[in-house]
Each structure stands twice: as structure tokens, then as C-alpha cells.
Design a protein around this ligand. Structure first.
Ligand SMILES: [Zn+2]
Length: 219
């Protein structure tokens, strides 16, 4: 698979069954039924959308970065990527992508990583792991800290150098760019729309994203 596979969707926003706005710093938790398609729109550009996926009928079966990377033989997620779970189920497939670069190596920002990466006084700044926890608590299905494992960072640019080093770079996304995924089974999607103010991945300016969901019969 090539590194970047740009693909425009044929789905029209006016035919979406549901539409949501998620502000920066907010979590968003929603079930995506088998056959439904979800689109995440980077409304203002250069936003990082940290996302967890689970089998909706067994939350212990959840997104596996390792298996997803191994199955496609590539570190980056783009059109054609199959999102694979820890039990080797295909949770979703990326069916459209106008950004072309999504990370799954960098992890979600945390108070601890803010201290290590930036400065000790950054400890009190809001981070994605807190948003994930808030989302899971509001979901009220007994999920907690141990359920936050590997995640995808949609629209985030974390290139790997020829020497194998990870670098956090300016985002490559722009206003209106989107990624679209078709659910291959019933999944739970947990988003933290990143509040990070210290990382160039979102141009130091966290902004809202839009979520659209189409029912299977529309496609
Ligand atoms: Zn974050």
C-alpha cells in the first residue's frame, strides 16, 4: 500500500443520518453500527483527533495498532487501511481520505507526557487521556483507565525518519479535509478532540471537528 491514498467520498452531507460537532477538549462517544459510515471532518485544519475503537459487543476486543500496522505492512493509516482489533477482527475500513496522513504511533497526550515533553508546569493542562476518561465515565458501561490502550491520531503528522526516529511535525491537514470509515461490525468509537497547546501537530490551536454518520442503505 502506498503511504498516501487520497480518496474523495461520494456520500453527500445532506444524506447523513446524524451530525455532531465536537469542540476541542471534548470527548465524543458513539456506537457505529455494522455497515454505517462515519466521517470525521477537520473543520478548521491541523486538528488532532485521538480515537479509540472497540467491538461494541465485547469491549475487551479493541483497536490494535500493532495488528493494523502488520496487516498492511505500513505505519501510516489512509484509504484502504483495515482497522484491526486485538482479537483480529476487522472493526472498520478507511473508505475515503482527503488528508492522507494519520498517525497511530504517537499515542494520546497525557499530563505525564506534557511534563516530560514540554515543561513541569504543563502538568495541569488538559490532556487527551482525561477526555477519554470523561467520555468513558459518561458512557456508563464500567470502562475506565485500563480500557485506554493504543489509539489513532486522525490528521496528525508523525513521520518516521529513515533512522527510525519519530518526529512530531506540523499538521498536513487543512480546513475541510476528512477521513471516512465504514464499520465492518458494530463498534464503539471514543474520540478525544485534542486540547493540546504545546505540540505543532494541531498548529498550537485546537479547533472543533464535525462527525457525520450515514446509514448502510445510503451507500
Ligand atoms: Zn491530545
Amino acid at each position: 500500500m502506498a503511504t498516501i491514498e487520497l480518496q474523495v467520498s461520494s456520500l453527500l452531507p445532506e444524506t447523513a443520518a446524524e451530525t455532531f460537532i465536537v469542540n476541542a477538549g471534548d470527548p465524543f462517544v458513539h456506537e457505529i453500527r455494522q455497515g454505517q459510515t462515519v466521517r470525521i471532518v477537520d473543520l478548521e485544519g491541523n486538528q488532532a483527533v485521538d480515537t479509540l475503537f472497540y467491538n461494541a459487543h465485547d469491549y475487551a476486543d479493541r483497536y490494535s495498532a500493532q495488528d493494523t500496522i502488520r496487516a498492511q505492512g505500513n505505519l501510516y493509516l489512509t484509504t484502504g487501511t483495515r482497522i484491526i482489533s486485538t482479537e483480529s477482527n476487522v472493526l472498520l475500513t478507511i473508505t475515503a481520505d482527503t488528508c492522507g496522513r494519520h498517525d497511530t504511533l504517537g499515542g494520546a497526550c497525557a499530563q505525564e507526557s506534557n511534563m516530560v515533553r514540554y515543561a513541569i508546569e504543563k502538568r495541569y493542562m488538559h490532556a487527551c487521556r482525561q477526555s477519554f476518561l470523561r467520555g468513558l465515565q459518561n458512557w456508563k458501561h464500567g470502562m475506565e483507565k485500563r480500557d485506554i490502550t493504543s489509539n489513532i491520531n486522525f490528521f496528525m503528522n508523525v513521520p518516521v525518519t529513515p533512522e527510525g526516529k519519530l518526529t512530531f511535525e506540523d499538521g498536513v491537514s487543512e480546513a475541510g479535509k476528512y477521513v471516512e470509515l465504514r464499520a465492518e461490525m458494530d463498534v464503539l468509537m471514543v474520540i478525544s478532540n485534542c486540547p493540546q497547546l504545546n505540540n505543532p501537530c494541531n498548529a498550537y490551536n485546537p479547533t472543533p471537528v464535525q462527525i457525520l454518520i450515514w446509514d448502510a442503505h445510503v451507500q
